[in-house]
Ligand binder design. Sequence first.
Ligand code: SAH
Length: 345
Amino acid sequence: MAELWGMNPEELKALMLSWGEPAYRAKQLFKDLQRGLDFDGMTVLSKPLRERLKAEIPVQPVTVLEEHASKEDGTIKLLYGLADKNCVEGVLMRYHYGVTLCVSTQVGCAMGCLFCASTLDGCVRDLTAAEMVGQVLCANRLLKDSGEHVSRLVLMGSGEPMNNYENVLRFIRVVTHPDGLNLSSRRISLSTCGLPDGIRRLAKEGLELTLSLSLHAPDDETRKKIMPIARRYTIQETLDACRAYYEATGRRFILEYALIDGVNADPEDARKLARLLKGYNCHVNLIALNSVKERSLYGANERQIARFIEILESNGISATRRRTMGDDIEGACGQLRKKRLEENG
Ligand code: SAH
């Protein structure tokens, strides 16, 4: 029953009918769940129904365990607690056009990317759709006093969304539902390390999600050194799937590229990348790697980044540098959870 927040109005209708409630309760309940109300606050429902909900669903799927606000840019890093005592991370980023929430899709991750802290202990389990919705509701609760709310989502927290496909799609359909949060699918980015079958499947969902591919290398040889997935699929196979995504949805895709000193950040890498991407409807998002000292991987410096962008652009590839936000609060990639796990021994 903790799945309540991940249920759509049709499913809630079946539940309400099975409880002997009228069908119209489903829409009321869906609305109030997605508004983040607790059961006592759902005054539109009858008292006995509220009591039954409270009795059947003793705990919220997600709570906020830690909240770290950046003094520099208003970014808030969150550590969420789940009912089974696992925890996942989230980041709330404030831009002039609204608030973006970075959502986790799994506890940990199985993909093993060398530079990523989320994957260090493997994948513990998938998150349910309700646990993903719960992250959004927690963020909205935090923002309420300042009159803000989450208007964009990036599925870039811990986890590989394609490995938890059904729950991720269920989550997306719930948060884009017009009776609930009503987010536009255009304002949701799904980031993947690149599973071609998943990308092709996503292309057929009738959604307008922004697809982000974590590429991080201009050739297979380099990619294999930092991303195990590159041993299973070639870059070409993956880009073919991205092209199919573009053809089905009309949405250009994004390539994520973290610049790592001595690995993928040389001018020659930029030239290779430009050749690789010629003819695709895509955009490159560059970021300096958040250094992982344990692995001796370090972010490229300002001069290298500027040169890299210059080469891409002069070769007709559109590219921007993603600002790193919340540097002062361990803003990146699994660091907060890792710290907590270490503290708890
Ligand atoms: N599994 C998905 C989504 C989660 S990771 C994926 O691979 O895309 C979100 C993004 O953060 C990915 O682009 C990932 O490659 C990147 N990332 C992970 N660790 C990083 C680090 N130390 N520095 C910069 N980017 C990192």
